[in-house]
Design a protein around this ligand. Structure first.
Ligand code: MN
Length: 311
């Protein structure tokens, strides 16, 4: 059974309700303002402006009112950001994404990647899916093909530099915005005059905040830029960028693990504190700092753990 969700404003909502009013049914569920049943479609309208269409005719009915937001099964996956052009997935798009921002160990990496309309299918065949559904190992296998096939740029902000700019007052948002802008700029330069239909940034900040972060940059990428959360599901270019960024992160983690003499864990959980404490005891604070995002709470926790072990 197919499902569609659309979000409508008050005006459209009134038209939706009056259109289906002859098929109205009573449905007492939280947030529901109106429900109707056609022979092949159930329609449920919510106070939030969301209208859910379920059944064989859901696509046809949803199409009367505008663009569907996606499958209702994933209605919880609400996207924020710009309203997007139709058939975006099939256009030529330069996408960007970052990773590593929530990990105590390792760098922040950002990748931008251009996927021309006629490459969308190829990228899919190379195994690119929503990167949230791919394992690290699989991404390591796919990334070399992507780097070979696609015009891209990938930036790795090493911990020493990260700690330096962070201590000087830069927020993570600013760091990310500068890296995205730079990666996008690099790819546009490599594209040799060719221009994407759109640039799609996996949204981590509202447009105004993003551009405020980079306002002092000599060159600011602005033309045809769209922001959306969950953008890796909207165009292959962001999915590919996300994989390339992730693998750059993993490769730097491999290198840093070599320096530490032990495998550095991802994330910022208790396992991370434990390994960090071990490094403190074995190699000292200067070494640990050079492997981490030092302002994370993990630094303090690791110091406390190490102090307890020393006693
Ligand atoms: Mn992202």
């Amino acid at each position: 059974m197919s499902n569609q969700v659309i979000i409508v404003n008050d005006q459209v909502m009134k038209r939706v309700i009056s259109h289906y009013t002859s098929s109205k049914i009573v449905r007492n569920a939280p947030g529901v303002v109106f429900a109707a049943k056609l022979p092949d479609t159930s329609i449920t309208a919510y106070k939030s402006g969301k209208v859910l269409f379920q059944g064989a005719g859901s696509e046809r009915e949803a199409a009367r009112w505008g663009k569907a937001e996606g499958k209702a099964g994933s209605a919880a996956v609400k996207k924020k950001g710009d309203s997007l052009p139709d058939r975006l997935a099939e256009l030529s798009v330069l996408g960007s994404d970052e990773t590593g921002t929530g990990d105590f160990f390792g760098p922040v990496t950002v990748a931008a990647c251009f996927v021309r309309a006629d490459q969308v299918e190829l990228v899919r065949e190379l195994g690119v899916k929503d990167s949230k559904m791919l394992t690290d190992d699989l991404m390591r296998k796919i990334a070399p093909d992507l780097r070979e096939a696609l015009i891209h740029s990938v930036l790795t902000l090493e911990n020493a530099k990260y700690n330096e700019v962070q201590a000087s007052g830069w927020s993570q948002g600013k760091i990310k915005a500068l890296l995205h802008n730079q990666a996008l700029k690099h790819v546009l330069r490599k594209m040799d005059g060719e221009r994407p239909d759109y640039i799609l940034i996996d949204q981590f900040a509202e447009r105004g905040i993003y551009y405020n972060h980079i306002k002092a940059e000599p060159e600011i990428v602005r033309e045809n830029v769209l922001f959306s959360t969950k953008a890796e599901g909207l165009h292959m270019s962001v999915a590919a960028a996300s994989i390339i960024a992730r693998v750059a992160f993993l490769e730097e983690m491999d290198r840093l693990s070599g320096i530490a003499g032990m495998t550095l864990p991802k994330g910022a959980g208790p396992k991370v504190d434990e390994v960090a404490a071990k490094i403190l005891l074995k190699s000292g604070e200067v070494t640990l700092k050079s492997l981490t995002k030092w302002h994370f709470a993990n630094a303090g926790k690791a110091k406390a753990l190490a102090a307890r072990k020393r006693r």
